[in-house]
Design a protein around this ligand. Structure first.
Ligand code: PLP
Length: 472
């Protein structure tokens, strides 16, 4: 139980109306109703004898599963304000579960006719969000797999050339490049964690770069690389520009972004490829990434022979334009249902949920900035806030972060930690002794819209804990 009255309106959506339960359970009724409708569609079939295990034994195992799952941080709860973890929307949960009764495989139309059509529709809606009327794209296991496909295409089109991404880009870009047999180099960032376009230009001068990854919403701080400059460099040097918007992509729908940030979002559609993760801000269960290519002709690179599939239709199969073979049709069904309920439009319900997250982050930022106990290196561009305890040295500040992080967790406030370059803290008047290269900072990903209503509670606990740790 989390109290009795925490209902909060976000863009006309009432969140957690009763607030007497920790978990929403209406989904179970939705699922039962959906199952009935689904079954009616197959009622010309004779009923088979079900091979089902003993109910009592299953109940015992289920109880064991539920008990095992208690060994988790409460990712679903607003007091979990640490890493990028967000519960799926109830409609996604129900639609996903419903689809598992069919268990379609979106590799080929033979394995998932309806869910393949739903995938194409849902992916086209995501592409339209970036202004694309035509595209090639599909869902996949997540951001890593999606970026792998984009970098694989970059490598095919610029064989033997390097991939570069900022030093704050997701760590998997370096690893993916290695897997693809491509060299990789990191581009330095400016003091706000964004790719330094001047540094990139110097690197491009060597002529050995084939693909640039721009991150729109870095994992660590939510920084947005400057696309206006990066796109000019792309055109000048003839490289491929891939946008990794796995985390930040959906914020293109949000109002009130800072003007520099908005300028980048308005240009995402000019990139050669885009990755966005519905399993991050798109309210989906894990296992749902998405890769999009502006030029559909890159589909030719995927051409392969398979003696096993593609017998029932002459239409293009999703398996013909993706590196993975079997893929869960249930992911597509869940995404389609979510976008049907919450269309991807500016000013809509879905956009207002993102705006609530950003508002929460801005409120936390303002409070930290006004409080002499903290240093905040920069304002959040999206909904991720980083800060460090004010102290004489980088080492001491890092120790305090660790202790505050541990003490907050013991009070049910779950934050995250991040190591940031010490130069992010020494450019102003901090007087910080840079006795090590990095500062261990506190980090909060405020990616649940409920966070907006819980900021006072988060702040109260953080303040109390900081007082205990910093002024014993
Ligand atoms: C910007 C960015 N790119 C890629 C990834 C990797 O995505 P996934 O964990 O879905 O493989 C992440 C994950 O946090 C990310 O934030």
């Amino acid at each position: 139980m989390v109290g009795t009255d925490r209902s909060v309106g976000v863009g006309g959506v009432t969140l957690n109306e009763e607030a007497a339960m920790l978990f929403e359970t209406d989904t179970l009724q939705l699922l039962a109703e959906g199952l009935e409708t689904l079954e009616e569609g197959f009622d010309s079939l004779p009923a088979p004898e079900m091979v089902v295990s003993d109910r009592v034994r299953m109940a015992r195992v289920m109880s064991e599963v539920a008990c095992r799952l208690r060994d988790n941080y409460p990712y679903f709860h607003p007091l979990y304000a640490g890493q990028m973890l967000k519960p799926p929307h109830p409609i996604a949960r129900a639609a996903y579960a419903l689809a598992t009764w069919i268990n379609p495989n979106n590799h080929a139309l033979d394995g998932g006719r309806a869910s393949s059509a739903m995938e194409k529709e849902a992916v086209a809606e995501i592409a339209a969000m970036f202004g694309w009327k035509s595209h090639l794209g599909h869902l996949c296991g997540g951001g890593t797999m999606a970026n792998l496909e984009a970098l694989w295409v970059a490598g095919q089109l610029h064989p033997g050339k390097k991939i570069v991404a900022s030093e704050q880009a997701h760590y998997t870009h370096r690893r993916i490049s290695g897997v693809l047999g491509l060299a990789f180099a990191a581009v330095p960032c400016d003091g706000r964690g964004r790719m330094d376009a001047n540094a990139l230009e110097k690197m491009l001068g060597a002529g050995d770069i084939g693909g640039v990854v721009a991150t729109v919403g870095t994992t660590g701080t939510g920084a947005v690389d400057p696309l206006p400059q990066l796109l000019c460099l792309r055109d000048r040097y003839g490289v491929r520009l891939h946008v990794d918007a796995a985390y930040g992509g959906y914020f293109t729908l949000a109002a009130h972004l800072a003007s520099e940030t908005r300028a980048t979002y308005d240009l995402i559609g000019q990139a050669d490829s885009i990755v966005i993760d519905p399993h991050k801000h798109g309210l989906q269960p894990y296992g749902c990434g998405c890769v999009l290519f502006r030029d559909p002709s890159v589909g030719a690179l995927y051409k392969h022979e398979s003696p096993y599939t593609y017998f029932t239709s002459s239409e293009l199969h999703l398996g013909e334009i993706s590196l993975e073979c079997s893929r869960p049709g249930a992911s597509a069904v869940a995404l389609w249902a979510t976008q049907r309920l919450l269309p991807l439009v500016q000013g809509g319900e879905f956009a207002s949920l993102l705006e609530a997250c950003r508002e929460a982050a801005l409120t936390l930022f303002e409070r930290l900035k006004a409080d002499p106990r903290w240093w905040v290196p920069f304002a959040p561009e999206l909904d991720i806030v980083v800060w460090a305890p004010r102290s004489r040295s980088a080492r001491r500040s890092s120790e305090l972060s660790q202790r505050i992080f541990d003490a907050a967790a013991s009070q049910n406030l779950h934050l995250a930690l991040i190591r940031l370059p010490v130069r992010y803290f020494t450019s102003g008047e901090t007087g910080l002794e840079p006795d090590q290269d990095t500062v261990l900072c506190l980090r909060s990903v405020l990616m649940k819209p409920e966070h907006r209503a819980w900021i006072d509670r988060l702040w109260e606990t953080l303040s109390r804990v900081a007082q205990e740790v910093m002024e014993p």
